[in-house]
Write a protein that binds this ligand. Structure first.
Ligand code: PGA
Length: 251
């Protein structure tokens, strides 16, 4: 049995006092640990605050993106080592918002994935198709291209210390969740594709589902054979909702 992981993605939300309330509530409710792993991915300026408030709890933290470079004249960028300096365990790589709004390609995701791993961070690699691609029946080709680009750059062994998140673009922030079966089908496809290169490793990789996960649908999604937890956007900003989703993963 793979252990489940629930990771919050705050996106560009938060503020010092709001974060304090949220993080203290999470620390109190799930900080002692449970049957699953938990994490929150905060905006860069709040990583120090997150570290202070979550240190010593069972809740890990991480960044939402990173630079592909180790160091240098890259104004505005943040390196993997800088995230590691603030105790990050995870970093989200290739989120669909990075791809669609900031022009990140499959190749960008691949080099960021490698940069994260090199610094000892666990990349959470996001894969997902748009509505148009799903309706055009090219979901599997899109996911395969996104995944293969990273496998070719990082090697399949790079996935030993990584997490994958399947996030259909049409389900992100829309309230429209993939059905458990729709998600399961893609998760099984991803695992099978990795298994062609390394069957044992493919069995161990955690594959999260993301896209409008809520307390009401989490248990059913997490009950599917290849769904190993969730990457949670909107619901990760509400302590009660995030805790309920974490509890669903504890089962
Ligand atoms: P959502 O976002 O839960 O608000 O749909 C998920 C994500 O983008 O990671």
């Amino acid at each position: 049995m793979r252990r489940k992981l629930v990771a919050g993605n705050w996106k560009m939300h938060g503020g010092l006092s709001r974060n304090r309330d949220l993080l203290q509530s999470l620390a109190q409710a799930i900080g002692a640990g449970g049957g699953a792993d938990y994490a929150v991915c905060a905006p860069f300026p709040y990583l120090a605050q997150t570290q202070t408030l979550l240190n010593g709890t069972a809740i890990a933290w991480g960044g939402q993106t990173l630079s592909e470079h180790a160091e240098g004249a890259y104004t505005g960028e943040v390196s993997a080592a800088m995230l590691a300096d603030f105790g990050c365990r995870y970093v989200i790589v290739g989120h669909s918002e990075r791809r669609s709004l900031y022009g990140e390609s499959n190749q960008t995701a691949a080099v960021k994935f490698v940069a994260a791993a090199r610094a000892g961070l666990t990349p959470i690699l996001c894969l997902g198709e748009t509505l148009e691609q799903r309706e055009g029946n090219v979901t599997e080709q899109v996911i395969a291209a996104q995944l293969d680009a990273v496998v070719e750059t990082a090697g399949v062994s790079g996935f030993a210390g990584a997490v994958i998140a399947y996030e259909p673009v049409w389900a992100i922030g829309t309230g429209r969740t993939a059905t458990p079966q729709q998600a399961q089908d893609v998760h099984a496809f991803i695992r099978a594709r990795l298994a062609r290169r390394d069957a044992a490793l493919a069995q161990r990789v955690q594959i999260l589902y993301g896209g409008s996960v809520k307390p009401q649908n989490a248990a059913e999604l997490f009950g599917m054979a290849d769904i190993d937890g969730g990457l949670i956007g909107g619901a990760s900003l509400v302590a009660q909702d995030f805790v309920a989703i974490c509890r669903a993963a504890d089962q």
